[in-house]
Design a protein around this ligand. Structure first.
Ligand code: FES
Length: 121
């Protein structure tokens, strides 16, 4: 019997359950999210950028090559290179979606997605 994990995609609030070792890219697809890709999942375009909340995944060589140390330290990874090995919360920047949910500055995607009480106004 295959082990399964729950994956929640933020800030969209979309959730799915996938088999152990499933790629986050495929988990997103299973959840109905269309992540961007120009390299067909080879880990070379960087279009499928996501951020792992509580990241404990070592980056791949391509991620080390294409992402700054700061981004790696913040938990940014490529969805096509990262496999699900436990329950995960994954932040999906708007720029990573083929159909963004909002119009906005891509830099806003890099702000800390950690809930802080949602102070608005
Ligand atoms: S699809 Fe190109 S790096 Fe993931």
């Amino acid at each position: 019997m295959a082990h399964e994990h729950r994956v929640a995609f933020l800030p969209l609030g979309v959730k799915t359950t996938v088999a152990d070792q499933e790629r986050i890219f495929d988990a997103a697809g299973a959840a109905g999210l269309d992540l961007a890709s120009e390299c067909g999942g080879r880990g070379t375009c960087g279009r499928c950028l996501i951020r792992l909340i509580r990241c404990d995944t070592e980056p791949t060589g391509n991620e080390v090559h294409l992402l700054s140390q700061g981004k790696l330290d913040q938990g940014f990874r490529f969805a096509c290179q990262t496999r699900v090995t436990r329950d995960l919360k994954v932040f999906v920047p708007d720029m990573t979606l083929r159909s963004p949910t909002t119009e906005g500055d891509p830099e806003e995607a890099f702000t800390d997605p950690t809930p802080t009480g949602n102070k608005k106004g």
